[in-house]
Design a protein around this ligand. Structure first.
Ligand code: PGA
Length: 241
């Protein structure tokens, strides 16, 4: 399966000028790298200055339109030619109280508008991984059809590994991803589950990326902090080649 590398810039960088500088470097540096798709998920305000790489949002609201001050809809992203949207990131779960139920509504709306949601899952350090993943998957995907699930990307991101420098050992990530795939197969079927891209995320660096990318079970990476460093991010994309 073709690898997918997603840059999650979070609430960075501080200026349009810097955003454009990083974007252009990444575009140029990844242009000739084959067999990999690279997606940039910048803050919404930078979409209009970027051209030449597929883009993703970092969030959407769960209503289609209306009086929801400060929110952005799935259809607005679609209209901006944005193709992907991150849904259920652990920072949204933590700081914005997003529940599995809210995430489920967001996934459904994203799919209805023809976006590819990047559905984030992962356990906290003190949680039972299997129980949590199973709950996040079944509640998050509730009511999503066989047809629609095909457009979804899943990202396994153990919460304790995000932004901490403590990346999850690749073999542990593989075993979690196998469990996620098995759970998706139970809800849908094996064929569908085998065709869904499942990424790893959490303290991915230019040095450790290859450990994940060499595993056939890991279909790509969701990269946070390091994706703002064009040189290191390009190295990560190059590790797919
Ligand atoms: P990190 O973030 O690479 O900075 O750990 C990953 C993420 O939050 O998606």
């Amino acid at each position: 399966m073709k690898k997918l590398i997603v840059a999650n810039w979070k609430m960075n960088p501080a200026t349009k000028r810097e955003a454009k500088r990083i974007f252009e470097l990444i575009k140029k540096g990844t242009a000739k790298i084959k067999n990999v798709d690279t997606i940039i998920c910048p803050p919404f305000v930078y979409f209009s200055v970027f051209e030449g790489l597929p883009l993703g949002g970092q969030n959407i609201f769960y209503k289609q339109e209306g009086a929801f001050t400060g929110e952005i809809s799935a259809s607005m992203l679609k209209d901006m030619k944005v193709e992907y949207v991150i849904v259920g990131h652990s920072e949204r779960r933590k700081y914005f109280a997003e529940t599995n139920e809210i995430i489920n509504k967001k996934l459904k709306l994203a799919l209805k508008e023809g976006l590819h949601p990047i559905f984030c899952l992962g356990e906290k350090e003190d949680e039972d991984k299997i129980l949590i993943l199973e709950k996040q998957i079944t509640e998050g995907l509730k009511g999503i059809s066989r047809q629609n699930i095909r457009d979804t990307v899943i990202a396994y991101e153990p919460v304790w590994a995000i932004g901490t420098g403590r990346n999850c050992p690749a073999l542990d990530a593989v075993s979690s991803i196998l469990f996620i795939r098995k759970t998706v197969a139970k809800l849908y079927n094996r064929g569908i589950a085998d065709n869904i891209k499942i990424l790893y995320g959490g303290s991915v660096s230019a040095d450790n990326a290859i450990q994940y990318l060499k595993e056939p079970e890991i279909n790509g990476l969701l990269v946070g902090g390091v994706s703002l460093n064009a040189e290191n991010f390009i190295k990560i994309v190059r590790s797919c080649g």
